[in-house]
Design a protein around this ligand. Structure first.
Ligand code: SF4
Length: 94
């Protein structure tokens, strides 16, 4: 059995796509609640560490606006801010 795929069977994010992919949720207050609900579930998820490792590797170099969904309790913007490849592209303020 492959360890790289097996951990997904224990993921807490089985079905509530509006929470984990809140990009289209309106109004903004509902979107914010959906993000917080997804983050709260991720924090309780038994595979959060593996999920974080996998998503950060998979999205390496991807700009924030091209990332979607909440993974491992991180929004697309938070994941992009952790990516050294994306950070290296940002212009340095004068
Ligand atoms: S940490 Fe969150 S996104 Fe990752 S598998 Fe668990 S519930 Fe899903």
């Amino acid at each position: 059995m492959s360890d790289t795929l097996d951990w997904r069977q224990h993921a807490a994010c089985g079905g509530d796509l509006d929470s984990w992919f809140p990009e289209e949720v309106r109004p903004t207050s509902a979107k914010r609640r959906a993000i917080e609900a997804a983050k709260a579930s991720c924090r309780q998820c038994p595979v959060q560490r593996k999920c974080r490792t996998e998503v950060l590797e998979r999205e390496t170099g991807t700009p924030a606006e091209m990332r979607f969904g909440v993974f491992a309790a991180l929004t697309p913007e938070e994941r992009a801010a952790m990516d050294p490849v994306v950070r290296a592209r940002k212009p340095v303020a004068a």
